[in-house]
Design a protein around this ligand. Structure first.
Ligand SMILES: Cc1cc2nc3c(=O)[nH]c(=O)nc-3n(C[C@H](O)[C@H](O)[C@H](O)COP(=O)(O)O)c2cc1C
Length: 318
């Protein structure tokens, strides 16, 4: 079974998180980057994308860069740059639900036009020097949109299709539909992965019992809530308070090195998920919320680890 880490949530699971998590809990089988816009043809990656894709920042990890675009020339150009950087696959984002992305027909917005999506994929699969995978939702507004979308995907020589079986209008709410995932497993001529709401062993067992052909599960918020989740799903020990503390400290140190005082903001985002490792989540969030400076933040964290009841069965609950 391949266990991978989903593209970053609130920017939290970027290259810093990947590296620290792998050091503390062992590497997952695969990681996906935050989505980056391909540069103009002839230009290189800059800014945040350059940092996220820097091979040195991802050394030793199997990382798949994700592109958000509907411009085939730029996609192919970016795939060439990524190949030179040592990457072995490139992923298209066909799931981002953000209004500004959708309005440009990108992300989940591409699903409104299955013909254009297919033409784009046929073109980039032919010209890209790297194999192309896609992370997709099942549609924009209605479940029945997926029939046409899946048929389009199935005609393309993708290396893998990762299915997050929600609609754009769901954002991250409600329960993912498993039936479209099952249909994809049956119909797709390429590898298929599942993503969505796998937060503990029970979720994982229900999915893999219902669909024993499952060979790749992408984990997202579940790993932010319980960083030991990949180990637990592989039959390993539950999360321990002292390892969560060590992970926290390493993450804070790495973010401080990366972004100085803004590390507190990033850590607060992490706590929105990590608070589920404590019995009183609200109290944990309250303790970190008011901290502005690193010193105040450290005091709040000390009070959490010394005063709040820890739950080894940490499970993100949405
Ligand atoms: C705040 C936020 C930002 C996200 N950004 C991305 C992204 O850049 N690319 C992507 O493919 N998915 C993105 N996702 C979706 C996640 O990768 C994942 O598909 C989603 O959280 C469902 O998986 P989970 O239930 O295991 O968390 C984002 C999700 C959240 C909540």
């Amino acid at each position: 079974m391949i266990l991978s880490l989903a593209p970053p949530m609130e920017g939290v699971t970027g290259h810093v998180f990947r590296r620290v998590h792998a050091e503390c809990f062992g590497a997952l089988d695969r990681y996906y980057t935050l989505f980056v816009a391909p540069p103009q043809v002839g230009k290189g990656f800059v800014g945040r994308a350059k940092k996220e894709l820097d091979p040195a920042a991802n050394e030793g990890l199997d990382v798949v860069p994700q592109l958000l675009t509907r411009d085939a020339d730029r996609f192919v150009w970016a795939a060439g740059l990524l190949q030179q950087m040592g990457y072995r696959e490139v992923n298209l984002n066909a799931g981002c639900p953000s209004g500004t992305v959708i309005s440009k027909g990108k992300g989940a917005g591409f699903l409104r036009e299955p013909r254009e999506l297919e033409a784009f994929l046929q073109d980039v699969c032919e010209r890209s020097p790297l194999p192309v995978s896609v992370k997709t939702r099942i549609g924009v507004e209605r479940d029945d949109e997926y029939g046409e979308v899946l048929a389009a995907y199935c005609r393309c020589p993708l290396v893998e299709l990762i299915v997050h079986p929600r609609l754009r209008v769901d954002a991250y709410r409600g329960t993912p539909r498993w039936e479209p995932y099952g249909r994809t497993l049956e119909e797709a001529p390429f590898a298929v992965a599942y993503n969505g709401d796998i937060f503990d062993v029970d979720d994982f067992k229900r999915l893999t019992s219902a669909y024993p052909q499952t060979r790749h599960v992408m984990l997202g918020r579940g790993v932010l809530g319980n960083p030991a989740l990949p180990r637990v799903l592989s039959g390993g020990a539950p999360l321990m308070a002292d390892e969560l503390r060590r992970f926290h400290d390493a993450l804070l140190a790495a973010y401080e090195e990366e972004m100085g005082g803004n590390a507190v903001m990033r850590m607060k985002e992490w706590w929105l998920y990590a608070s589920c490792a404590f019995a009183d989540e609200k109290s944990v969030r309250r303790r970190v919320r008011s901290a502005r400076k690193v010193g105040e933040y450290r005091v709040a964290v000390e009070s959490i680890f010394s005063g709040e009841k820890f739950l080894p069965s940490a499970r993100y609950r949405g």
